[in-house]
Design a protein around this ligand. Structure first.
Ligand code: ADP
Ligand code: NA
Length: 363
């Protein structure tokens, strides 16, 4: 069987929160576990070139790249277990392929994509580009889907784990590959989506919104490096409602539903570990089943919150210590070395593609 190549990227936003972890990083770790058996190739990139499509402060960006890399290692991604970890900007082939792809990518397609509109806060999605919007819109923000396509295609990734909100970007990447192959030569591989089953983690203070780094309210999220008392107090402070009974009603009681989701997801991780990672043996208690059990036992929201805090803490156990250790090892040099090794491997992989690409184009 031909081996899969999995690529995924994450922005250098510093320490990830529980939403990033349950929605992406834990999935990556599971792919790494599976790769021990399948021999699949995994590439995970801290996509710093994407970060600069929005204004950044240089010192902060430098720190946040390192923090994200240390966090990826702390959740268990490991170069010795087949995961290639690197900063996107360390592999210039990404930007080179982007330029070449942009010469066959359609402006019309890009202008129909929604993300640049939401970042410009153009709430009226029909509005199109008037002069004012046009001068605020930077070329990089408009064309970053082409860079995202290059990130994937330059590594000949066959599979890309993405959330539902990223589907249109993957579709665009396939389009870029097809356009290139049609215009020049059949060298790029249109990637497949790997849908991840995990639910969205909602904000602890505004449970109608997803947990996000961009919320100014620190109590809305739990960082994966939180101390035990922080986990407890964040969960204890989660906004619910006046009712004390536990029910699973995502529409009417989003805060309570979010706690049940968190409990379900964090306990899922535990079960897997206890059973030695055997496939198909992972017993997941759904939020609904959990709610029924609390109701049957006459338990309160307070009981639920205590259990959620424990489950989150168990899921994150050791992450904080590893994170702090990795950031500081050899006065920070250890992390540089890990990144340099990952970048070297990624460059080698990308260069194989670029040789074919340049030749196909006549460069
Ligand atoms: P943020 O929403 O905090 O800006 P990103 O957009 O950088 O986070 O997302 C990084 C990864 O984490 C993506 O794969 C995204 O789907 C996932 N993710 C982010 N927030 C959540 C959430 N609240 N629940 C589940 N997954 C999330
Ligand atoms: Na986001």
């Amino acid at each position: 069987k031909k081996k899969n190549v999995v690529f995924s990227g994450i922005q250098p936003t510093g320490v990830p929160h529980l939403g990033n972890y349950l929605g992406a990083l834990r999935q990556w770790k599971r792919l790494q576990d599976d790769a021990q058996r399948t021999g699949d190739r995994l590439l995970f990139s801290v996509v710093d070139l994407h970060a600069i499509t929005m204004p950044q402060e240089a010192t902060a960006l430098r720190i946040q790249r390192r923090e994200m890399l240390a966090a990826l290692l702390a959740v268990g991604l490991d170069p010795d277990k087949g995961s290639t970890l690197f900063f996107q900007s360390s592999v210039p082939q990404h930007a080179e392929l982007m330029w070449i792809l942009s010469c066959t990518a359609s402006m019309g397609y890009l202008s129909r994509m929604t993300q640049w509109k939401s970042k410009l806060q153009m709430h009226n999605k029909q509005a199109g580009l008037d002069d004012a919007a046009m001068s605020k819109l930077k070329l990089g923000l408009f064309s970053y889907p082409v860079l995202q396509a290059a990130d994937i295609l330059v590594h000949r990734a066959t599979h890309v784990p993405v959330g539902a909100d990223q589907q249109q970007h993957l579709e665009f990447a396939r389009e870029c590959a097809t356009n290139f192959n049609h215009t020049f030569k059949d060298v790029l591989i249109p990637p497949q989506t790997m849908t991840t089953p995990s639910a969205r983690v909602m904000s602890l203070t505004h449970p109608h919104n997803k947990m996000s780094k961009s919320s100014p309210n620190h109590r809305s999220r739990i960082l994966i490096t939180a101390r035990r008392d922080e986990v407890r107090s964040r969960v204890a402070g989660a906004v619910t409602d006046g009712l004390n009974a536990v029910t699973y009603e995502p529409e009417a009681r989003p805060g309570v539903a979010n706690l049940l989701e968190l409990l379900s997801q964090c306990r899922e991780g535990e079960t897997k570990e206890e059973e030695g990672g055997g496939e198909g043996r992972r017993e997941v208690l759904s939020p609904q089943v959990l709610a029924d059990r609390y109701a049957a036992a006459g338990a309160t929201l307070r009981d639920l919150k205590a259990d959620v805090a424990d489950a989150v803490w168990r899921e994150l156990d050791g992450v904080r210590e590893r994170y702090l250790d990795f950031l500081d090892r050899k006065g920070g040099k250890w992390l540089d070395e890990i990144e340099a090794e990952g970048a070297e491997a990624a460059r080698r992989n990308a260069e194989q593609t670029m040789r074919l690409v340049r030749h196909a184009v006549g460069l």
